[in-house]
Design a protein around this ligand. Structure first.
Ligand code: AP5
Ligand code: MG
Length: 214
């Protein structure tokens, strides 16, 4: 009898497939970029296209602030100044959010990791689950455009960190100093792709989808 598939892919006599063939492969995307680059906007569309769970650490902190939780009160003191919330708290929060979705096909991490320590923690956490980061897609947008977008959003967002140009500048400075190096962390793993973040939302979405398909 001529087999079409190599032995490791054949079902046994009872029709059972080998265990690894049943193994789920998760799509775990780190959507990266400076404040106002379009991470949140594009995440909504990527979730629709790929059926992933969207985890935005900024959104989770804001929902805790709204609920006046202890975590929210602590995070607010940093966010209002445009500073990063400390790593230990942020990492614990992110891991607990991931654990709430045991059946996820994959995640979009939006706004996390933002420091090398967070990236190392995320790698260790996901590797333990045999579901490592698939790729980091970095939206590239120049500073002038970022400021324009954030100041425009301040009209409607109600976000205190959008309303003050000095806080916007601080967020961008913190991104350049503490967050940008995380790109190097994933570049070393061969997982980094830069994506032009200027254009219409649809054009950028197509670029992201093309990068995911690579
Ligand atoms: P977070 O909420 O993550 O804010 P951010 O990174 O500053 O980025 P934004 O959410 O402002 O921008 P975005 O890239 O999502 O762009 P968006 O799609 O909204 O973090 C807030 C704070 O929380 C941090 O400063 C920190 O204090 C804390 N924090 C969060 N995560 C943390 C972590 N891991 N560790 C420690 N602290 C953490 O788009 C922006 C605007 O542009 C919108 O109005 C949108 O409509 C518009 N827009 C989008 N796409 C386009 C386009 N193509 N053309 C024109 N306009 C566009
Ligand atoms: Mg966002």
């Amino acid at each position: 009898m001529q087999y079409l598939y190599p032995p490791e892919l054949r079902a046994d006599r009872c029709g059972r497939k080998p265990s690894f063939a049943k193994k789920k492969i998760m799509l775990n995307i780190v959507l990266f970029g400076p404040p106002g680059a379009g991470k949140g906007t594009q995440s909504v569309h990527l979730v629709e296209s790929f059926g992933l769970v969207h985890l935005s650490t900024g959104d989770i902190f804001r929902s805790n602030i709204k609920g006046n939780t202890e975590l929210g009160q602590m995070a607010q003191s940093y966010m209002d100044k445009g500073q990063l919330v400390p790593d230990d708290v942020t990492i614990r929060m992110l891991e607990s959010e991931v654990n709430k979705h045991p059946n996820a096909k994959g995640f979009i991490f939006d706004g996390f990791p933002r420091t090398t320590a967070q990236a190392e923690a995320l790698d260790a956490f996901l590797n333990q689950r045999n579901a490592p980061v698939t790729s980091m897609l970095a939206l590239e947008v120049e500073e002038k455009e970022l400021k324009k977008r954030l100041l425009a959003r301040a009209e409607t967002s109600g976000r205190p960190d959008d309303a003050n140009p000095a806080v916007i500048q601080k967020r961008i400075d913190v991104y350049n100093a503490e967050t940008a190096p995380v790109a190097g962390h994933y570049a070393l793993q061969g997982k980094f792709t830069g994506v032009d973040g200027i254009g219409t939302v649809e054009e950028i979405l197509e670029r992201l989808k093309a990068a995911i398909a690579q």
